[in-house]
Design a binder for this molecule. Structure first.
Ligand SMILES: C[S@@+](CC[C@H](N)C(=O)[O-])C[C@H]1O[C@@H](n2cnc3c(N)ncnc32)[C@H](O)[C@@H]1O
Length: 236
């Protein structure tokens, strides 16, 4: 039975404590707070609705600071990271890691049934994940070639109960976890939200460490992960 340790609190404060305890992980799969362009010349009712949703998400969590990556390197020495991000964050994230001579790849989730946001704008039908690969990063080479594609297709109304505005589909998390880690590895998500990474980790025979500062989402994550695994320990 794999373990899931769930921490309620601020990851900028909790990660140094875990590092001091000597905890190490094999993969960091996380979905930090997003940045959006909220004024882009888009017009129409869809654009307004979309901007309201973006603002709600921004208000949820505004504190993503790249200083966290120093802590990532300490807790995950193989520098095996999958970081979900918005369009606006891609270039900064990729160049930050490229400057450190790490191998960096952009992965894309295509949502075929997305609605248009308004006039004069592309449909918002893509989400992005930056993969950072250090030399010792785990990689499950035995998986078939179609599991190594850089894009995933999954409808925007994926068939799961919605708990979080930026919730990720378990099917995509399963695919990432199976390719980028081995059985019994430990996976960290320090911006856990409703716990999608944790659900997929324990379901696929990995250990999990999750951190979430919002009490409501922490409790949801706990319930979702518990439903997969009764070896969950809570740190509040
Ligand atoms: C983009 S959401 C993650 C959603 C997640 N992928 C899911 O499927 O539910 C980011 C989460 O990070 C949390 N968060 C933001 N800053 C944080 C911090 N400093 N420490 C811990 N959690 C934080 C927010 O409360 C939010 O739930």
């Amino acid at each position: 039975m794999n373990k899931a340790d769930l921490y309620l609190g601020d990851c900028y404060k909790l990660l140094p404590t875990l590092i001091k305890k000597g905890i190490k992980v094999d993969l960091i799969l996380t979905d930090p707070p997003y940045e959006f362009h909220t004024q882009g010349g888009y017009t129409g009712a869809f654009a307004k609705r979309s901007d309201n949703k973006r603002l709600a998400i921004e208000n949820l969590s505004k504190s993503f600071d790249f200083k966290i990556f120093k802590l990532f390197k300490e807790i995950c020495p193989s520098q095996n990271y999958l970081i979900w991000c918005s369009n606006k964050q891609i270039s900064r994230l990729m160049s930050y890691f490229e400057k450190q001579n790490l191998n960096v790849t952009l992965l894309v989730w295509y949502k075929p049934n997305s609605m248009p946001l308004g006039n004069w704008a592309y449909i918002s039908d893509l989400e992005f994940c930056v993969f950072v690969r250090g030399q010792k990063a785990h990689w499950n080479n035995k998986l078939p070639a179609n599991m190594k594609s850089k894009h995933f297709t999954c409808g925007v109304n994926f068939s799961e109960v919605r708990y979080h505005p930026t919730q990720k589909p378990i099917a995509i998390m399963d695919r990432l976890i199976n390719l980028h880690s081995f059985k019994d590895d430990t996976i960290l998500d320090c911006f856990m939200g409703s716990g999608s990474t944790g659900v997929s980790a324990v379901k696929n025979g990995r250990n999990f460490i999750g951190i979430e500062q919002n009490e409501k989402y922490y409790e949801i994550a706990q319930q979702r992960i518990n439903a997969e695994n009764n070896q969950t320990r809570l740190f509040v």
